[in-house]
Every structure is written in C-alpha cells, then in structure tokens.
Design a protein around this ligand. Structure first.
Ligand SMILES: Nc1ncnc2c1ncn2[C@@H]1O[C@H](COP(=O)(O)OP(=O)(O)O)[C@@H](O)[C@H]1O
Ligand SMILES: [Mg+2]
Length: 263
C-alpha cells in the first residue's frame, strides 16, 4: 500500500454513466507540485472532483495517504478529507462573513479548538498568505488576488499535507498571478506541502511545476517534468501547448511589437 499523499489507479469517471475520464493513473509525492493541464473540456475539473471526494468514480480507485477514499466508511472518509485542502473557484467565500470568519470556518467545523486558539491560527494563516491586518474586511472589499489568497488561507487552515487548486490565477492580471505562483511555491518550500494545480496558464505551469500531467479528452497523455514536456516530440502535446498558449490573455504590448515586426 502506497503512503503517497494521493494515488489514482485506473480511474474512470464522468456523469450519469457517461465516462469523461478514462483509465487515469497518477501519483503525487510528498512536497511535489503537480500541474494538471489540458484544453477546455478535457476533463480537468471532473478529474479533480473525483480526487477530492465529491464524485465516486465509475471504476478504479483514489487513495489518500494510502487509504481508499471511496471504499472506507463515511467517518473514515471525512477524516481522510480533513487531510486535504481545497481552494476552488466554486468554493467561493461566504460574502456575509469577514475574512477571518471565512478562514475560521474549517477550524470551527472540523476541530475542537477554542475560539482564542482558532483566532491565533487564523492570523497565522493570513500572515502566511500576506493578508495579516485584513481580518475584518468583507470579501466585497477585497481585490481578485486577495480573494484567492483568502481561499488559500482557508484551504490550509487545518494544515493539510495536500492542497488542490482549480485555475487559481484565472482572471488575475499577470503581476498578481505571478505573486500567486510564488505563494504556491512557498506552500511546498516552507510547509513541505504537496499541491495539485489545474491551470491553462502555460507560463505559470512552467514556473511552478515539478511535474506536468496533460489531460486530453479525458486521457492522461503525458506526465513529466517541464524540461521533458518542452522537449516532447509528441505532436498532440505540442499542439495542445500551442493551443493553450493561444488561449493566454491578450497582451497589448506583445501585440504592438508583433505589428511592428519586433516579435
Ligand atoms: N455537471 C456535468 N454534467 C454533465 N457533463 C459535464 C458536467 N460537467 C462537465 N461535464 C462534461 O465533462 C467534460 C469535461 O468537463 P470539465 O471537467 O469541466 O473540463 P475542464 O475543466 O477541463 O474544462 C466536458 O465534456 C463537459 O461537458
Ligand atoms: Mg475546469
């Protein structure tokens, strides 16, 4: 039995009996950042839902820390899920709660800690993501980048060994997105955390990934380092990289340079 933070074995999954994820195998080691890439509709979000306990697979197995997520009983499953953090766009912050209250939620729900201790932990987490002093603000008073940081602070409230993020830098300007990349690297380097990140931002993937996994129409068609994916001669991977690159945000400066023939 593997003790890796997560081991995915022959996973097939989807909706209403129709598979959109086909026989996928993946493992994430301790302290490893794995970036899951793929075009729109390739199955990235569905894959993640199977990995974080939201969707039982049609076939195959997901093990967290060596235990099968979908074959243990409900109590054991909840205990396993407490060991992972999730910072999803869909897992939005509660708009009526302050920053501190949002980060405190998992601690109130899943720990027996007293209010004072929870307050200390919340401030530690906000400090970690660079938001100390913003405790009493409401989500509506925060920028896009700050909202993402609060979501990360909440995801790591219970000190997970493995954290999942779906498109963390979507909709952020490049400078803010780059700062979020640094935060993901800091999770690995200072906490030894494993992180699974879904993104279609190629530049971000190349910067943070220890390993890149490419999904294409529900199949894992590549798993390897940044150097390996750049060197891959597989035409489908190169096409995908080019297609993803074209999806990247419009940059007026690059556009201008192209127009005048400098790029
Ligand atoms: N709730 C759903 N019900 C049925 N089909 C879905 C649902 N969500 C996604 N799909 C389908 O599953 C496939 C993969 O979607 P998704 O996992 O969202 O891809 P990605 O995150 O890579 O864009 C797509 O064909 C999509 O239409
Ligand atoms: Mg998605």
């Amino acid at each position: 039995m593997s003790r890796a933070p997560i081991t995915v074995t022959n996973l097939t999954g989807g909706y209403n009996g129709t598979a959109v994820i086909h026989n996928c195998n993946m493992q994430i080691a301790a302290g490893e950042i794995v970036v899951i890439m793929g075009g729109s509709g390739s199955g990235k979000s569905t894959f993640l839902r199977h990995l974080i306990g939201l969707k039982p697979p049609m076939e195959g197995d997901v093990q967290l820390f060596g235990e099968s997520l979908y074959s243990v009983d409900e109590i054991a499953r909840l205990r396993l899920l407490k060991g992972i953090g999730v910072a999803f766009q869909s897992g939005a912050l509660l708009s009526s709660l302050t920053v501190a209250e949002n980060v405190a939620l998992p601690l109130i729900e899943h720990s027996e800690l007293d209010r004072e201790t929870i307050g200390v932990i919340v401030r530690m987490k906000l400090d970690f993501v660079g938001l100390l002093g913003k405790e009493d603000l409401l989500p509506s008073e925060l920028s896009g980048g700050m909202l993402k940081r609060v979501a990360v602070a909440r995801a790591i409230a219970l000190d997970p060994r493995l954290t999942f993020m779906d498109e963390p830098s979507a909709g952020l300007d490049p400078v803010v997105a780059a700062a979020l990349d640094e935060l993901i690297i800091k999770l690995r380097d200072t906490l030894g955390m494993s992180v699974a990140v879904v993104t279609h931002e190629l530049e971000s993937a190349f910067k943070i990934a220890d390993r890149i996994v490419v999904l294409d129409r529900g199949h894992i068609i590549f798993s390897g380092s940044v150097a390996e994916i750049k060197a891959s001669s597989n035409q489908r991977i190169q096409n995908l990289i080019n297609r993803i690159a074209e999806d990247e945000e419009f940059d007026p400066e690059t556009h201008l340079r192209r127009l005048v023939g400098e790029a």
